[in-house]
Design a protein around this ligand. Sequence first.
Ligand SMILES: [Zn+2]
Length: 70
Amino acid sequence: MGLNYTIDCCHCGSHTEFRATTNSRTRYVDASHLADNIDTECAIRCPVCRSKLNTSRTDFLRQVKIEVEA
Ligand SMILES: [Zn+2]
């Protein structure tokens, strides 16, 4: 199973898409549970401007979309 991430950074305006393979460190297995599983201590950063995307759950959900690929 893979995950497709789409990042729309509100800091630099960049649009980035990338794929990740699910592993033991991936906490975002099911997109419907995102709001409960977002880790705001381990920074997820914009690949372009390095701004932290997960300063809060609201910020994360606004900027990052994750699709689960079965
Ligand atoms: Zn950015």
